[in-house]
Each structure stands twice: as structure tokens, then as C-alpha cells.
Ligand binder design. Structure first.
Ligand code: GLA
Length: 723
């Protein structure tokens, strides 16, 4: 149950295992009080107090645990808000003016009830700046959303120079360890952990999309003591798909503070009188049960609240994608032959990737010309779609709507539509320029060609790609001093276009892609049902990418293809079972040239796909437990293990992979958490046994993993109550 207690000066948002409190100090500042497990009594929540001592050369402002600090006075740590006024003043002093409970503050999906959103209102009366600081605790996931809304209530336009989503003061007197995700193309979401020092840690993207380099998530655990299933962890995830920044630092008085939101690099936003700016949501999770606890909270939240409602509760289909089999060489006949084989193997959705449109024979031309290529599909897409449907498959298509090749009809017609600085050559990446989605006419172009494509063809699925980053961020139909709004306007334009297309075609499933996992965040997942996580389909590398991805994002969004060994990214030789087992931990796909598979490979693949269909409800909807990390190496005899437990704990699936024998280490014993302690489970896929959830968690089972790249799926089903 959520209790939102509104007192004069202290607010507590409380649910079964999370509580968050903040309050107003005597001086009218909104200060942090508490975040963690619920306390026994209401009176236990500490009052909001300014930092009691001031350190010479450092004022109260930067040491107080402000919930939404603005830049003013002796404030040298990261602020949430910086504003410039027409007279040159850059100083905002907000004070508490009131609070209110309202409903419908949740634009990320469902409304869970009335009066579920707390708004605390701050104001700089002199300067007419109003700040709404918002809190929404989701009772089912126990995730707290925080965001802010800035309103110009004065008579003159003002400029926002920085406007973050929230600031979070971590409990005092600890040093913290940070966990974060970094990487690059083909190696996204690699998990890193290190103790924080007295330096400033910045995770960020300045690339115009969420980025392959960092994902907008981090977790902090006091003293670096948490494990996967124990210890306190505070985690945040930012719902924004453009430039973002998370700053973690100690105040001079030694308290750790986190600020997150839209990046202030090359950013500003003009706010005319009466206008407001609302920030993206910051998701906060706390768990007393380790990193796994916060991940499961995020998974529940994204599955139940964030993902588009239309397909939220549907199981994701097994898909086949032709990209690695054909690259740009698509043709009617070949696609139909691939689809026939895919259907025989058990796939449920057939996706034609890049190359079907315009003069698209390689990556130098065609983007922007969204008509069917007449040489490759002389009769249009109709015959392929009909053939695919007759085979019982759904049909999907790749698009990259935000892009244009200079060698295209669209560019020749509208050279002014790309981001560029006047009179200077735009930077091309993958031979393409990026369309200015900040412009309403460009948004209309995208909405209307997508609408036409989906209206004229029976398409069930769209893979929406974005294969470059933003450069030369200018070209808005706005004065020169407002060109820095591009970064945010692109994201807003994208969100608007996808929302509109989805509204017109609610049955279509949308997959998010940006050269693999370049645009994954809780913001994009409001509009996309699933994600192509990486172009790297090496089954072993994927274990690392998927471990990182799963810190935040649930398995029913994580698309993973089985491809060939020795493929485009120099993959290692890995058995087919291992490749399947690696991909079966998310949304299973096949991305290989399946026409070249031997009968034996086809037979094995068909049986693995059938097995996936048996377990996918547990995988896609279950609670995930990361048991052994792929980075664990010799510690766990080179074994990786991850399990999914159905929410009713009736069944579970364990995936285990051994990368190779190491120092003659014995076969690993895997302890499986998450099952009902006093229930008995039959074990299938390992030494047959009937064991209690308690024994599985505390004793575990030995797995017959011996050779290089051995892997196993073990299934547990509740037999009876032990009594
Ligand atoms: C990106 C995607 C790939 C594929 C290609 C097509 O790289 O990540 O899966 O769609 O584009 O050009």
C-alpha cells in the first residue's frame, strides 16, 4: 500500500519495502529526509534540516541535501537549475510555497489511482520562476519517479541553461561504490564497478541519442558491500533518449549526491512568459536485496508501467531477421525462401531488414526514399507479405526514418532538412545525414510516409533504426540564440512522431534499434515494445552485454538473434545449442542464413525454438536472478548462470554456460534463488531430483558442464508442498 502522508513540512511516500521522505526546512528549502526501507513509525522519518555546520570557503547551499538545488549564492556542486534573465542576472533562489496531491502525473502509461503524484511547489517570487518538484511511487514495482516542471510566471522571456530531473542525497557517512554501464558499438552495456573517490563522476551522452558509450543508469551501494542478492542498493535510470548527464559527487562536507537529467552541454531553452518546461522522469529504486533487487524493481516497472500498453502483456514472437543473411541484397524470391525455412524452424515473425527501398544497394544511397525498390520487388511488397502470411508468419520491415543519404531524392528536394551550420559542410557518418526532427514539417514527413507504408501494406512489426549520432546541431526555424534547443527538440520530435504513428497503427509492434543498442533507456521504452540490443551476436560476448542490459531492462524487451559462427564481428566457434541458449534468455530471434543450415542444424534449431516457446512465459515475465557473472572467470569455474522464476514461483528456468574448463576445476554447483523455500520442485535438464526451494537456494545442483562452450537449460516445476 502506498501511504502519502502530507504534513505541513514533511512528506513520506511509503510502500511495502521502500520509503522516500523529504521536507521543508525553517528557511524554506526543500530538503531530503530519507530513502530506504520503510521505518517503523512515522515519527522515525528525520526532519528536513539544513547542513548543521558550515565549512569555511563552503556555504550551506552546496552542503544541504536539497531536492532540487538551483544555482545561487555559494553553490559549487552540480545544480539542478540554472536560469539566465534578460538583464544578465543568473541567480534563482527558490523557496517552498505549497504542495498538492494530484492524479495523472504519470505520462508513462497507466494511472494507478487518484492522488498518486506529489507536487512540491517552489518559487522565486522576485523573478517569477516557479518550480514543481514531482514524486510518484509506483506501488507494484516500488519504483519512484521524480521529475520537475519549470514555469516562467514573470513578464519577460528567460533562458534555462540547465534543467535537471532531480537531485538525490544518499544516506550520510558512507563511501559508495558505483556500478555503471559503458561500452561502444558492438560492446554495449558492459558492467563496471568501482569505489567512488572525492572526484566527480560523470556519466553522459553528448551524441544526440542515449549512446552506446554509457547507458543512463547507475547503482550506488554503501561501502561497496552489496552482492547480487544482499545488501542495500540505490539505483537510478533516466527516461531520456537524447543528451543526458548523471553526476555523482561528494559535497565538501562529505555527503554523496547524485544529479541526473538532460545534459547542459550546448543546451539552453528559451521560456517565454507563461511557458513551462517539463524534465524527463528519473526512476529511483531501492532494494535491501542487492543489485538483483533493484533490477527486478526496474523490470517490473518497465513491464507493467512503461512499455506501450497495447502489447505490454503479450508474449514476444520468435522472429527471423534477414540482415545477416542478405545485407542489402534483398529480393522477393530469396526473402520468400528464407521465410519458408524460418516457418519450418518455428519462427513466428519474418522481418525484411535494410535494402528494400529507394536505390538502396549499399549504405551510400536511398535513405529518405521510402518507396519499394522496383528492381528488387517488381510487384511491390504485396507478394512477399502474402506468402509470409500464408506460412503463418507475421511480417515486419526495417526503416530508418530520421535519416537521409545525400544521394537520395529526398535530399535533392529538401537539402535544408538536415542538421547543419549555415554555409558549412555537414559531417556524414555511414554516408548519411540526420533529419531535423525539431522541425514540424520534418515530423509530418516522417509521420505521413510511415502512415502510408503501414496503411498500404499489412505490416505487423517495424524495426526503427538510427545509425548515426547528431553533429552540427542547428537548423531550427528559430533565432540563432535558440539553436541549442536542437538536442531536446530532436527527442521531442521523435517521441511525437512515433506516438502519432502508433496511435494510427496500434496493432504494430515497434522494435527500437540504433546500430544495435545505441538508444536504450526508459524513455524510448514508452514507445517501443522491444530493443535490438547489439549488432554483436557472438553468443559469448552477448552474455556480457545481456548481463549489463538486464541491470535495468527486462528480458521481454531484449531481442537476441542466433547467427553463424565466424560472422561479421569475427565470432568464435560456438556450438548451436550455446548460441540458442544465449539468445533464449530474452526475446529469441534467428539472424543467420538459414538456407545454408544442414538438416541436422535445422532439426536442432526447430527443437530449441519449440523449447523456447515452452519456457518463454517464464523468461519474458519472470523475476530474473543473475547467479554467476560471465566476468566471474575462474571463481565459478568459468561458468555463467542466470535464472528466471515465474511470479507465482510455480516454475523456473536456469541457463548455465561454461566457457571452458579451467585448471581442471570441477563441474560447477549452481545455487538457484527465488523459489518458494518450502515447496518441492522437480528438476529437469540436470540430474533428476525433487528438491525444495530452500535446498536449491542453499545447496544448489551440480551441472554437467564439461567441454568448451557447454551450456544447459534446467527447468524446475513445483511438485507439491513439503508440508
Ligand atoms: C544497423 C542495425 C542492423 C541492421 C543494419 C542495416 O546496423 O543495428 O541490425 O539493421 O543497421 O543497415
Amino acid at each position: 500500500m502506498v501511504r502519502t502522508i502530507v504534513d505541513d513540512r514533511l512528506w513520506v511516500l511509503e510502500s511495502t519495502d521502500v520509503a522516500y521522505a523529504c521536507g521543508v526546512s525553517d528557511s524554506g528549502d526543500l530538503l531530503h529526509s530519507y530513502f530506504g526501507a520503510p521505518l517503523a513509525f512515522e515519527r522515525d522519518y528525520p526532519p528536513a534540516l539544513s547542513f548543521p555546520i558550515s565549512v569555511p570557503f563552503s556555504g550551506v547551499a552546496e552542503n544541504s541535501p536539497e531536492e532540487y538545488p538551483s544555482w545561487s549564492g555559494a553553490m559549487y556542486t552540480e545544480p539542478c537549475l540554472r536560469v539566465s534573465f534578460p538583464d544578465g542576472t543568473r541567480d534563482v533562489r527558490t523557496r517552498y510555497v505549497g504542495s498538492q496531491l494530484s492524479s495523472g502525473g504519470n505520462d508513462s502509461g497507466t494511472s494507478e489511482g487518484d492522488n498518486d503524484t506529489l507536487e512540491i511547489r517552489l518559487e522565486d517570487g522576485d523573478r517569477g520562476i516557479r518550480v514543481g518538484v514531482f514524486y510518484h511511487l509506483h506501488p507494484e514495482s516500488r519504483v519512484i519517479e521524480r521529475w520537475a516542471k519549470i514555469t516562467n510566471a514573470g513578464g519577460m522571456p528567460v533562458r534555462l541553461d540547465q534543467v535537471m530531473s532531480a537531485s538525490l542525497a544518499l544516506p550520510e557517512s558512507y563511501s559508495y561504490r558505483i556500478s555503471y554501464l559503458s561500452g561502444r558499438w558492438g560492446a554495449e552495456t558492459q558492467l563496471h564497478r568501482r569505489m567512488l573517490g572525492t572526484d566527480v563522476t560523470v556519466l553522459e551522452s553528448r551524441r544526440g541519442h542515449t549512446s552506446h558509450e554509457f547507458n543512463p543508469w547507475c547503482a550506488l551501494d554503501p561501502g561497496g558491500k552489496a552482492t547480487e542478492e544482499s545488501g542495500e542498493v540505490y539505483a537510478v535510470g533516466l527516461a531520456h533518449s537524447g543528451n543526458w548527464k548523471i553526476v555523482v559527487q561528494q559535497t565538501p562536507a562529505g555527503r554523496t549526491r547524485l544529479v541526473a537529467g538532460i545534459h547542459d552541454f550546448d543546451f539552453n531553452w528559451e521560456l517565454p512568459p507563461g511557458d513551462s518546461f517539463e524534465t524527463p522522469r528519473l526512476l529511483l529504486a531501492f532494494s535491501g536485496e542487492g543489485f538483483g533487487g533493484t533490477s527486478r524493481a526496474f523490470h517490473r516497472h518497465i513491464r507493467k508501467t512503461v512499455l506501450p500498453e497495447q502489447h505490454r502483456d503479450e508474449l514476444r514472437p520468435v522472429l527471423y531477421n534477414s540482415w545477416e543473411a542478405t545485407t542489402f541484397n534483398v529480393s522477393e524470391d530469396h526473402q520468400i525462401r528464407l521465410a519458408k525455412r524460418a516457418a519450418e524452424l518455428g519462427a513466428e515473425l519474418f522481418v525484411v531488414d535494410d535494402g528494400w527501398f529507394g536505390k538502396r544497394n549499399d549504405d551510400t544511397a536511398g535513405l529518405g526514399d521510402w518507396y519499394v525498390n522496383p528492381e528488387k520487388f517488381p510487384r511491390g511488397l504485396g507478394p512477399v507479405i502474402s506468402a509470409v502470411r500464408e506460412m503463418g508468419l507475421r511480417f515486419g520491415l526495417w526503416v530508418e526514418p530520421e535519416m537521409v543519404n545525400p544521394d537520395s531524392e529526398l535530399y535533392r528536394k529538401h537539402p535544408e532538412w538536415i542538421y547543419h551550420f549555415a554555409g558549412r559542410a555537414p559531417t556524414l557518418m555511414r554516408n548519411q545525414a540526420i533529419l531535423n526532427l525539431g522541425r514540424p514539417d520534418v515530423q509530418e514527413f516522417v509521420i505521413s510516409f510511415m502512415d502510408r507504408l503501414l496503411a498500404e501494406n499489412r505490416i505487423d512489426f517495424i524495426k526503427w533504426d538510427m545509425n548515426r549520432t547528431i553533429t552540427e546541431p542547428a537548423g531550427l526555424d528559430l533565432p540563432a540564440e535558440r539553436q541549442r534547443e536542437v538536442w531536446v527538440r530532436h527527442v521531442q520530435g521523435l517521441y511525437r512522431a512515433v506516438e502519432e504513428i502508433r496511435r494510427k497503427h496500434p496493432d504494430v509492434i515497434f522494435e527500437d534499434c540504433s546500430g544495435g543498442g545505441g538508444r536504450v533507456d526508459p524513455g524510448i521504452l514508452r514507445l517501443f515494445d522491444q530493443v535490438w540490443v547489439s549488432d554483436n551476436t557472438d553468443a559469448y560476448d552477448r552474455l556480457f552485454i545481456q548481463e549489463g542490459y538486464s541491470q535495468v531492462y527486462p528480458a521481454n524487451t531484449m531481442v537476441s538473434w542466433v547467427t553463424s559462427t565466424g560472422g561479421p564481428l569475427g565470432q568464435r566457434q560456438v556450438p548451436l545449442e550455446y548460441r540458442f541458449h544465449s539468445s533464449m534468455t530474452g526475446v529469441l530471434g534467428i539472424g543467420d542464413d538459414i538456407l545454408s543450415w544442414s538438416d541436422e542444424e535445422c532439426r536442432k534449431a526447430a527443437s530449441l525454438i519449440a523449447e523456447y516457446k515452452e519456457i518463454r512465459t517464464v523468461v519474458q515475465r519472470g523475476e530474473q536472478y543473475r547467479i554467476l557473472s560471465p566476468a566471474g572467470g575462474a571463481v565459478a569455474a568459468g561458468t555463467t548462470a542466470v535464472a528466471y522464476v515465474s511470479p507465482d514461483r510455480e516454475e523456473a528456468v536456469l541457463f548455465a554456460y561454461r566457457n571452458g574448463p579451467h585448471f581442471r576445476n570441477p563441474m560447477p554447483v549452481i545455487r538457484v534463488p527465488g523459489l518458494a523455500a518450502e515447496a518441492l520442485y522437480t528438476v529437469k535438464g540436470a540430474e533428476p531430483a525433487t528438491l525444495s526451494g530452500d535446498a536449491l537456494r542453499r545447496v544448489g545442483i551440480r551441472l554437467n558442464l564439461i567441454r568448451d562452450y557447454d551450456s544447459l537449460i534446467v527447468r524446475f516445476r513445483r511438485a507439491q508442498h513439503a508440508g
